[in-house]
Design a protein around this ligand. Structure first.
Ligand SMILES: Cc1cc2nc3c(=O)[nH]c(=O)nc-3n(C[C@H](O)[C@H](O)[C@H](O)COP(=O)(O)OP(=O)(O)OC[C@H]3O[C@@H](n4cnc5c(N)ncnc54)[C@H](O)[C@@H]3O)c2cc1C
Length: 551
């Protein structure tokens, strides 16, 4: 039987596009399949903030950040905490990925036209010791143009492949089976879904209007994770994080449904680390949702007071932006699925960034004027829109009214005004001294020694109850599903492995479907900005390896 292409790529997100672009460079014929319509081309990356983990970059050096390969590897290993036999390939991918991030990554992207916002962000600050979780230094480089800016060169390369007759794009093709003949997987079967005119990100109808069967010498699975499928998230929820939250918001579109992982498993692939996931604890309901149950993640600076549902401060070092999963673990022990930030106008104006390309029109639109406008604004417009319309926000002049609003919003009288006042007044007393026993205050002062934070991310220390800093703001924070850290086990050539450890002949995987490399390059936790980069690195590896194999 003749082949329809050299390689079939399943999933046209960043990983699939990167793999396809590499195959085109090698002159291979590719069919790129996606269950979504053409307008959703690019998958999650389009919505992303475009933050990329780079090590010892010129942007860091300009801000006097001293980074190195050794420091980054120390941070990665302390964060990943690999401890399972199946961490063999993830660990090797982690080493290779840190080499990439400290080596050719920036130059490779730069050659393709990608540029970065000059202020490097400091995500996941840890708060433990030097060998524990977290970034010792800022490494989150926001792409100029955010997610669409990351996608642009790869879309360009794939479209050039279409023009050269090397690539066929087939949308509304949902893969439901992988089959083999003569030893290797070479057949992809599935359903053709009804056409959809829904705008990008919104789920189209799922009515089946046909079937397809395609053959190629190799198949690359780049179908993404499970974050849009809360049933699967709950089914694999790790015991160490308690029972799954009663309610969650969705940080990804519905196409992140994880079903293709099951299809690959049925064909003989080994799925590992399914209980490792990366969900955020600062999710807010999007007041103008694109997909169902759409949540937006706040990327917080360090100053907001973080309270549990009963109004108690979260323990050290669970400050905003320090340890996502440590915070999640703590929250799940409180018996409630939500927490609160309590802050003021001064803090929200400087410290709230919202993740997502559409929440950052200045950076996405590459407008220097608008970026300057944001820095000058009292409160940036997208954040102000949430203050005005967001269901999770309470904005009041005095603490009594704020507490009444918080209790009305949760529908439970859990916050006691006197207790909360005592907590804030105590914190405010600590802020008056340049040194203090309150480690969050120490962290705020430490952050401001980094020029980037001082300029755009950390408000000058002040009393939260100072009327000049008001009004007061409370934000109810929900658990927001996002990334899948486990996935299809792959070796360093992105070949998918079977339960026995041998390659599943003909099958490769990359991106979130492969746990961003190896079946879980992050281990238990992430340093951030590592997901898009993981798609680029593993997508490139898979594309190059498949191109060699079918040559
Ligand atoms: C709002 C937001 C902000 C983010 N910000 C950042 C950031 O700043 N930095 C960072 O590193 N990461 C970020 N991420 C994460 C990152 O964008 C994703 O992890 C990454 O884009 C995943 O790419 P992927 O190609 O692996 O999968 P996806 O983008 O999910 O693409 C998979 C594709 O496969 C298709 N598919 C699935 N199943 C099938 C099937 N059975 N048949 C056919 N097609 C199928 C889907 O329709 C989809 O188009 C963010 C994500 C979001 C949503």
């Amino acid at each position: 039987m003749a082949y329809d292409a050299d390689v079939i790529v399943i999933g046209a997100g960043l990983a699939g596009l990167t793999a396809t672009a590499e195959l085109v460079d090698a002159g291979r014929k590719v069919i790129l399949l996606d269950q979504e319509p053409e307008q959703s081309l690019g998958g999650q990356a389009f919505w992303s903030l475009g933050g990329l983990f780079l090590v010892d970059s010129p942007e860091q050096r300009r801000l006097r950040i001293r980074d190195s390969h050794a420091l980054a590897l120390q941070d990665w290993m302390g964060t990943a905490a690999f401890d399972r036999p199946e961490d063999h390939w993830p660990r090797r991918w982690a080493e290779a990925y840190v080499d990439f991030a400290a080596g050719e990554k920036r130059a490779w992207l730069h050659r393709q036209g990608i540029r970065f916002f000059p202020v490097v962000g400091w995500a996941e600050r840890g708060g433990y010791d030097a060998t524990g979780h977290g970034n010792s230094v800022p490494r989150f480089h926001i792409t100029w143009g955010t997610g669409p800016g990351v996608l642009a060169p790869f879309l360009r390369r794939v479209r050039a492949g279409v023009a050269r007759g090397l690539v066929q794009l087939r949308f509304r093709h949902r893969v439901t089976g992988l089959a083999r003949s003569a030893g290797a997987v070479d057949t992809v079967t599935g359903e053709i879904l009804e056409p959809s005119a829904e705008p990008r990100g919104r789920a189209g109808g799922r009515a089946v209007v046909g079937a397809f069967e395609l053959r190629a010498q190799a198949v690359i699975v780049t179908s993404g994770g499970i974050g849009g499928n809360h049933r699967l998230v709950r089914a694999h929820w790790p015991e160490r994080l308690g029972s799954p939250p009663e309610r969650m918001v969705s940080g990804v579109p519905a196409h992140v449904d994880g079903k293709m992982l099951g299809v690959a498993e049925e064909a003989g692939a080994r799925l590992i680390n399914r209980d490792r996931m990366w969900h955020y604890t600062e999710g807010i309901h999007n007041w103008s949702p694109i997909w169902e149950n759409h949540g937006i993640r706040i990327l917080p600076g360090p100053s907001s007071l973080w309270l549990d549902a009963r109004g108690r401060r979260l323990p050290v070092p669970l400050f905003p932006g320090f340890d996502t999963l440590g915070t999640l673990e703590h929250i799940m022990r409180t018996g409630y699925h939500y927490t609160w930030f309590v802050l003021d106008r001064k803090i929200i104006g400087k410290e709230f960034a919202l993740s997502g390309s559409e929440q950052n029109p200045d950076l996405t639109g590459k407008s220097v004027r608008d970026v300057i406008g944001r820095a000058r604004a009292d409160v940036p417009a997208p954040v102000k829109a949430f203050m005005d319309h967001g269901v999770d926000f309470v904005v009041e002049k005095d603490l009594g009214a704020l507490v009444r609003g918080m209790n009305a919003l949760s529908g439970e009288p859990l916050i006691d005004e006197a207790e909360l006042r005592r907590e804030i007044v105590a914190r405010d007393r600590e802020i008056l001294n340049p040194f203090t026993k309150d480690l969050q205050v120490t962290a705020i002062r430490g952050a401001r020694r980094f020029l980037g934070d001082r300029l755009v991310r950390t408000a000058a220390p002040h009393r939260i109850l100072d009327p000049a800093a008001g009004p007061l703001i409370a934000v109810r924070l929900n658990i927001l599903t996002r990334k899948t850290l486990g996935g299809l086990e792959t070796d360093l050539s992105s070949r998918v492995l079977t339960e026995g450890g041998d390659p599943l002949a003909g099958v490769y995987a990359a991106g979130e479907a492969a746990g961003f490399g190896g079946g879980g390059v992050h281990g238990y936790r992430a340093l951030e900005g590592t997901f898009l980069g993981g798609c680029l690195f593993s997508g490139r590896t898979a594309g190059r390896a498949a191109a060699r194999a079918v040559g």
